[in-house]
Design a protein around this ligand. Structure first.
Ligand code: UDX
Length: 437
């Protein structure tokens, strides 16, 4: 059993705190947000993540997990401090490290015993050295510490699974003993543990996310080519995936990737390269294709309604950047909604869990109660997020509720033949000529 302090109770920090507590450690999670900490003490989660509330509440009851706004409380008995604060996109695309700096400075000023400080937030290559400098500069008196990079590979919507069953744990440090101590924390996960240097560990995170984003933009480019050649990208992806060197995952064509990671991380990696005189052509192409892909769905809908979206009512089925989360950061639905609005359409939206977030930031999107309410009176519907509850809708009822049966399947969740049999003017992404499947 170890004493762990986690700084930041966002998507990464809260999962990290709950999971390490679930493994039997004593964890104090610290955040500067009174609202979040008070809510967590009452069992209210600041984010939607399947299974998280139960894990948090169970470990709070067991006395392994607690929450505080006071760094002093979190650091008092800590042996390990995980920095899990946000690293949002800054100007020009580089990561904004103000929260990492604040955390490092506060830890340095308050620490009164040796600590192992672990960067779990996604940070630019070299940040580990920068954090060590900040700590040395801000300590009241010199106290031993080590910095370890331990990047997260958690997907929203399956973060607990990904934490408990990782493909690998990557650790980077100039202090091997510190890296080995952090490795011990991860032994119960029974996954490969790789120990390398700080910069390499930080780069593994960026390279991994950039590669996954590249796979997505690759299959979206193939989808667009399929539409000019009459091929079906879903079948193409299936045929490719049998090749173990390619793999079948992350080859789902659609309206592109969103979220708090891929957009930010690809841009940050390109920025890191550019400021050092490199020319990240491939990363720029990945971003360009992803931006274009959001437009594809709107262009298809404009064609279906007869060439002009002015005065049309268009419904968006699904708003979150992916199923299983309420996260709207960089969600394709927001770009699609803005494009529709600019074209003069009224935009309606429905999402099983993300609606509160949308209502706060996009009050002009008319929110519906459920999928059937969403489609009612629409001249067209675009499937943006592939929630399971959309996959078996009563299509007869949907068609009757719509003013016009125009449907763009932005995530290829329906069967084109069936949809046409049901009387829909149906378009998909990369499925036959012009996505007509
Ligand atoms: C990602 C990485 O998967 C994870 O390892 C990293 O730690 C954080 O970033 P996340 O962004 O939560 O996780 O979700 P992910 O499941 O990777 O999907 C990212 C985006 O790609 C979503 O918008 C999703 O809709 C899109 N996507 C994913 C596709 O468009 N096609 C695919 O085949 C897969």
């Amino acid at each position: 059993m170890k004493n762990i302090c986690v700084i930041g109770v966002g998507y990464v920090g809260l999962v990290t705190a709950a999971a390490f507590a679930d493994l039997g450690n004593r964890v104090i999670a610290v955040d500067i947000s009174e609202e979040k900490i008070e809510g967590l003490r009452r069992g209210v989660m600041p984010i939607y993540e399947p299974g998280l509330a139960e894990m948090v509440q169970r470990n709070v009851r067991a006395g392994r997990l607690s929450f505080s706004t006071a760094y002093t409380e979190g650091l008092k008995d800590a042996e390990f401090v995980f920095i899990c604060v946000g690293t949002p996109e800054g100007v020009d695309g580089e990561a904004d490290l103000q929260y990492v700096r604040m955390a490092a400075e506060t830890i340095a000023q308050l620490m009164d015993h040796p600590l192992i400080i672990i960067n779990k937030s996604t940070v630019p290559v070299g940040t580990g050295d920068w954090v060590a400098d900040i700590i040395r500069q801000n300590q009241i008196k010199p106290i031993d510490f080590a910095v370890v990079s331990c990047p997260e590979f958690l997907r929203e919507g399956s973060a607990i699974h990904d934490f408990m069953s990782p493909d690998r744990t990557v650790l980077g440090s100039e202090n091997r003993a510190a890296a080995d101590a952090v490795a011990q924390l991860h032994l119960p996960l029974r996954a490969p543990i790789m120990v390398t240097d700080l910069r390499t560990a930080e780069m593994i995170k960026y390279a991994s996310n950039a590669f996954l984003a590249t796979k997505i933009s690759f299959i979206n480019e193939i989808a667009n080519i399929c539409e000019s050649l009459g091929a079906d990208v879903q079948e193409v992806a299936r045929g490719m995936g049998f090749d173990k060197r390619i793999g079948s995952q992350f080859l789902n064509a659609g309206v592109g990737y969103g979220g708090s990671c891929f957009p930010k991380d690809v841009k940050a990696l390109a920025y890191m390269a550019q400021v050092r005189g490199k020319h990240p052509q491939l990363l720029h192409a990945v971003m360009e294709i992803n931006d274009f892909q959001r437009r594809v769905a709107v262009v298809k809908m404009r064609d279906l309604v007869g060439g002009d979206l002015q005065g049309c009512t268009i419904g968006l089925l699904g708003l979150a950047f992916k199923p299983g989360t309420d996260d709207m950061r960089e969600a394709p639905s927001l770009t699609i909604a803005e494009l529709l609005r600019e074209a003069g359409a009224t935009v309606r939206g429905y999402d099983p869990v993300a609606m509160d977030n949308v209502a706060r930031t996009h009050p002009w999107i008319v929110l519906a109660e459920n999928a059937y309410d969403l489609v009612t009176g629409c001249d067209g519907v675009i499937v943006v997020t592939e929630w399971n509850e959309f996959k078996q809708l009563d299509m007869e009822r949907v068609r009757k509720l719509m003013t016009r049966p125009n449907l763009v399947d932005g995530r290829n969740i329906y069967d084109p033949v069936h949809m046409r049999e049901m009387g829909f003017n149906y378009r998909a992404i990369g499925r036959g000529y012009n996505g007509e499947g």
